[in-house]
Design a protein around this ligand. Structure first.
Ligand code: FES
Length: 140
């Protein structure tokens, strides 16, 4: 089994809630999301027909138990594909309509202090890492 590399993709603070960024890692477009300080990394490709998922709208769940009453929840945790509107849970990558068989690939992500990154083994192609800051790291 190959070891996963740890890629520095952004400084904490560069990814705002509701505004994912896209980084290319090993030739793949990866969307980085911030949900109130929890970070998630999803492949920027819809499993339906390969649209760029991160160009979709960040939305919420709308559910109804009785006609005429709509309950809104999980605001900012769902992304809607820009092409045909399929919705995916940013926390799990799962399709809202077909969670058992349809999902967007997820990658491991965490926040590391600059002090740890300076020691390695991290790949930081585009970042000058400073020990005073914290960084978002994706494993793949
Ligand atoms: S390409 Fe995403 S829903 Fe069709």
């Amino acid at each position: 089994m190959r070891n996963k590399q740890k890629h520095v993709v952004a400084r904490v603070g560069e990814v705002e809630p509701g505004k994912p960024i896209v980084r290319e890692i090993k030739g793949r477009q990866i969307g980085i999301f911030n949900l109130d300080g929890d970070y998630y990394a999803l492949l920027n490709r819809c499993p339906h027909q390969s649209a760029e998922l991160c160009k979709g709208r960040i939305t919420h769940l709308s559910q109804s138990k009785v006609p005429g009453e709509v309950e809104v929840s999980r605001v900012g945790e769902i992304i809607k594909c820009p092409w045909h509107g399929w919705e995916f849970d940013i926390r799990t990558g799962q399709s809202w309509c077909d969670p058992d068989s349809m999902y967007v690939r997820q990658f491991g992500i965490k926040v590391e202090p600059g002090e740890a990154l300076v020691k390695g083994p991290y790949v930081a192609e585009t970042y000058a890492v400073s020990v005073e800051d914290s960084y978002i790291v994706v494993e793949m």
